[in-house]
Design a protein around this ligand. Structure first.
Ligand SMILES: [Zn+2]
Length: 121
């Protein structure tokens, strides 16, 4: 019974180093958080703006929190457009809004859970 193979040898001589968690900044609220709580938007080399859930697409990227409010604000304030250095056409904006609408509501760390804002049409 020898299962010591799982221990990887490489990198050992550098000693233990703290695991680096990449932090990204939301272009809307400018809050930093670990990458996985943000969604990457990318401007492709063709100049299209695409949602990039895997974070691997080619092009200039910008990040938004997984919070529909951040998306809406970024679209309205042109923050996303500025970050990507591209004009975002209405069709793309609609697509981004549609995507934001599918994001699960973010539970803010406030004790009161139910919001009473009935502004839904
Ligand atoms: Zn944000």
């Amino acid at each position: 019974m020898s299962s010591a193979q799982t221990a990887q040898r490489q990198g050992r001589r550098k000693g233990p180093r703290p695991k680096h968690i990449p932090q990204r900044m939301c272009v809307s609220c400018r809050e930093r958080s670990a990458k996985r709580t943000l969604t990457r938007i990318v401007r492709t080399p063709e100049g299209r703006v695409e949602i990039d859930p895997t974070g691997r697409m080619n092009g200039r990227g910008a990040y938004l929190c997984d919070d529909p409010e951040c998306w809406e604000r970024a679209l309205r304030s042109q923050a996303l457009s500025r970050a990507l250095k591209v004009e975002i056409d209405p069709e793309t904006i609609n697509r981004l809004r549609a995507y934001a609408a599918t994001l699960p509501p973010v539970s803010r760390s406030s004790p009161e859970g139910a919001s009473q804002e009935g502004s839904e049409a």
